[in-house]
Design a protein around this ligand. Structure first.
Ligand code: UD1
Ligand code: CA
Length: 453
């Protein structure tokens, strides 16, 4: 990228048509706020740190952008032209500015690069040919194909309304001429706002301003919740297509939800109704779903997860989960671990080849290798005030329906008899039995019968 281009993102608007308390820029799609997608595109284009104009809900927007952008305030939202004026007051020294509306979540870095490369002496603007141009400013070109003017939807006459080439909302402009043009913009329009597009039209009158055509899909702006859902579906489709291109099988792209931040290895198969969210990374040759949600989780190769929910969990190679497993934050397994039906874990480390196959709750524990946890085992980790920790060493065998009352330790190859409530440590290779001894009362049924007669 050439030096001397400063990106400016317009994100001060309330987004009245969203009918929301939340500023429009922070409405989420495909796992991140709308503004996050725009920042990611600028990043992908290799541009320098953006300047972000904030206003409505500005504290929240400022908090979200953090160190990723500088922020300037537009306290009253008097229009896009006024927002750019606020940016120009603080922008300092740069030859060009790249202005992007904050409600264009489908815009890509590639397209922004093309916009920069195609610029004329007066800069360039992004346009698209769309099916339904309503709501967009229309593009009128010069005989040479450059920009003549932009006409806002509400200010169009009937002929102009029929134009299907629209202003996407991304512009590369020379700073000094822009300063002069923007000072001349008035509010003589249907909305009485300060339109940035009027400054762009003014620049186009002074020299060639190139029109760069983007794919229609990238021009999708989000003004209301319907457009939010459309953009979400398009982004989701884009993510699924990215995975398929990289060698992932997706059985049903329409019901597979993948965030832009997710990575999946080759030959992994995603079954329907799979949700891959946040910082999730999946290895090669895994089988995920159906009906599975993975949030901020990291899976090795050849893992299998079905009908399950995993949050902030790490699985080693060859580990299987489900159906109906819930792994909560801080669960980490070794290789070839087998976790089955109705098992919940939280804050647990599990060693290689350990089996937890049925109906268990395991919380705050370190479990060794080749341990067998019987059906119905519960680690009693909470005493009503504090959490306590349990250790189960390699090769231990926990019988069905045992309670391990924390803090407690089960030694190497120790055995816990089924139905035991364990409150004391079990030594290596010992058997612990902690339950009432069975008593058989002979003839009891006959005696009761004769009493009742
Ligand atoms: C704008 C363009 C229109 C283009 C369309 C496509 C103008 C006048 N019109 O219209 O030609 O086709 O985008 O994306 O620019 N904002 C501020 N401060 C304000 C007003 C808006 O920061 O005072 C921000 C908004 O948060 C938003 C962006 O600017 O991110 C665009 O504003 P919006 O109201 O959505 O403009 P449109 O009417 O869609
Ligand atoms: Ca808009």
């Amino acid at each position: 990228m050439p030096e001397g281009i400063r990106p400016v993102v317009l994100a001060a608007g309330k987004g009245t048509r969203m009918r929301s308390e939340l500023p429009k820029a922070l409405h989420r799609l495909a796992g991140r706020p709308m503004l996050g997608h725009v920042l990611a595109a600028l990043d992908a284009a290799g541009l320098e740190k953006p300047l972000c104009v904030v206003g409505y809900g500005g504290e929240l927007v400022e908090e979200y952008v953090g160190a990723r952008a500088d922020v300037v305030w537009q306290k009253e939202q008097l229009g896009t032209g006024d927002a750019v004026r606020k940016a120009l007051e603080v922008i300092g020294d740069t030859a060009w500015i790249l202005v992007v509306n904050g409600d264009l979540p489908l815009l890509t870095g590639e397209t922004l690069k093309a916009l920069v490369e195609a610029r004329g002496p007066q800069g360039s603007l992004l346009a698209a040919e769309v099916e339904d141009p309503s709501g967009y400013g229309r593009i009128e070109r010069t005989g040479e194909g450059g920009l003549r003017r932009i006409i806002e939807d509400r200010d169009c006459n009937e002929d102009e309304r029929a134009i299907r080439e629209v202003n996407v909302g991304a512009y590369l402009l020379p700073l000094q001429p822009l300063r002069e043009a923007i000072a001349r913009v008035g509010t003589q329009n249907a909305q009485g706002e300060i339109y940035f597009v009027d400054a762009v039209t003014d620049l186009a009158a002074q020299g060639r301003l190139a029109v760069v055509t983007a794919a229609a899909a990238e021009s999708a702006q989000v003004n209301d919740r319907r457009e939010l859902a459309l953009a979400e579906a398009a982004l989701r489709r884009r993510q699924v297509e990215r995975l398929m291109r990289d060698g992932v099988t997706v059985l049903d792209p329409d019901t597979t939800y993948v965030d832009a931040t997710v990575e999946v290895g080759r030959d992994t198969v995603l079954h329907p109704f799979t949700f891959l969210e946040g910082e999730t990374r999946i290895g090669e040759g895994c089988e995920i779903g159906p009906q599975t949600r993975l949030l901020d989780s990291v899976l090795g190769d050849a893992c299998k997860v079905t009908f399950s929910v995993l949050e902030e969990t790490e699985l080693g190679d060859g580990t299987s989960c489900g159906p109906f497993t819930h792994l909560r934050p801080g669960t980490r397994t070794g290789k070839q671990v087998s976790i089955g039906n109705f098992v919940e874990m939280k804050g647990v480390e599990v060693g290689d080849q350990t089996k937890v196959r049925h109906h268990s709750y395991l919380g705050n524990a370190a479990i060794g290798r080749r341990v067998n946890i019987g059906a119905g085992t519960v680690i009693v980790n909470y005493d009503g005030r504090r959490k306590h920790f349990t250790r189960i060493a390699d090769g231990a065998f926990i019988g069905c329906n045992a309670n391990l009352v924390s803090p407690v330790e089960i030694g190497r190859e120790g055995y816990v008899a089924a139905g035991s409530t364990i409150t004391q440590n079990v030594p290596d290779e010992a058997l612990a039995v902690a339950r009432e001894r069975q008593r058989n009362i002979e003839g009891w049924v006959a005696r009761r019968r004769s009493r009742e007669e």
